[in-house]
Design a protein around this ligand. Structure first.
Ligand code: MN
Ligand code: MN
Length: 296
């Protein structure tokens, strides 16, 4: 075995280990999603349990409900509780920067057909994934599955590639028919994540954000801002939660860092017609004749 091949195997093993940790955490967290339980308790459980099992959060535990499609996470001291909601739990785990990304929908709202549509679309895309297939073909399978339930896929959200310390790399994996797209090849690591809705099939930015990431390194002078930047830098380019940072001038510092183009914020994404949204997501590695799902 050459060093290069050796290295490739070690990397694949880290992707698998991230997946193994994620599966345990996901199963335990799903049991905590019950009417009356707090969101913060679930998010903190996911993040501390991930570390306990030898991984690191690749991004804050996302808990998005109902018309929130993605990017919601509890704020510090959040007292919000689950009601009869459609709950998306989206987790990321990394081992030395190699990421597993997976989401499930726990339906407490009595609309399980929307969840089934998202899950079936994910299964259809996974069935197709192999070298030579295009991301456009995956998108077509996703859209067809969801439409067979008389629901809409969310057209302006996509799956994505994963790479070292990079949670949203190329190629995008569309959730709808598109011409062409990237051709999959052995060794590609992808997160496929269909969203199904009884709304319009589009999301827009809400007016609040609890998740940020570092996009540019640049020196800052004010000590309070510098202190927050130093904490943010610990997460490299991976997304982090506002509640993970400590500062008595946190809001001020975040505004300054965002204005300077150093931090990027991820506003909560809302379904444009206020529809309920379900999501299903797995991470896959393209193999010689199909794919390996690291998070199943
Ligand atoms: Mn995800
Ligand atoms: Mn993802």
């Amino acid at each position: 075995m050459t060093d290069n091949v050796h290295n490739k195997q070690e990397i694949l093993e880290k992707y698998r280990e991230a997946g193994r940790i994620l599966k345990i955490v996901r199963a335990e967290a799903v049991e905590m999603i019950r009417v009356g339980n707090t969101l913060l308790q679930v998010a903190e459980f996911v993040e501390t349990r991930t570390i306990e099992l030898g991984g690191r959060p690749a991004f804050p535990c996302n808990i998005s409900r109902n018309q929130e499609a993605a990017h919601a996470t509890p704020k510090a001291g959040d007292t919000g509780v689950f009601g009869k909601d459609m709950v998306k739990l989206d987790l990321g785990v990394h081992v030395d920067g190699y990421i597993a990304d997976s989401a499930v929908t726990v339906d407490l709202s009595g609309n399980s057909d929307i969840v089934k549509a998202a899950e079936e679309a994910l299964a259809a895309a996974i069935d197709l994934a192999r070298p030579g297939v295009t991301t456009g073909e995956l998108g077509a399978a996703i859209e067809d599955s969801i439409r067979s339930y008389n629901l809409n896929p969310i057209m302006n959200l996509t799956g994505h590639g994963l790479s070292h310390y990079e949670a949203h790399d190329e190629p995008a994996v569309p959730n709808r028919h598109v011409e062409g797209g990237a051709v999959l090849k052995e060794g590609d690591v992808l997160a496929i994540e269909p969203f199904a809705t009884n709304g319009a099939g589009l999301v827009h930015d809400g007016n609040w954000a609890e998740i940020y990431s570092l996009v540019r390194k640049k020196p800052v002078r004010m000590p309070a801002v510098r202190n927050v930047l130093k904490q943010a830098e610990e997460y490299r380019e991976l997304p982090f939660a506002k509640r993970w940072l400590e500062s008595d001038r946190l809001e001020f510092a975040l505004i300054q860092l965002e204005k300077a183009g150093i931090l990027h914020s991820y506003p909560v994404l809302l379904e444009s017609a206020g529809g309920l949204v379900a999501q299903a997501e797995h991470t896959i590695i393209i193999t010689q004749d199909g794919c390996e799902v690291t998070t199943k």
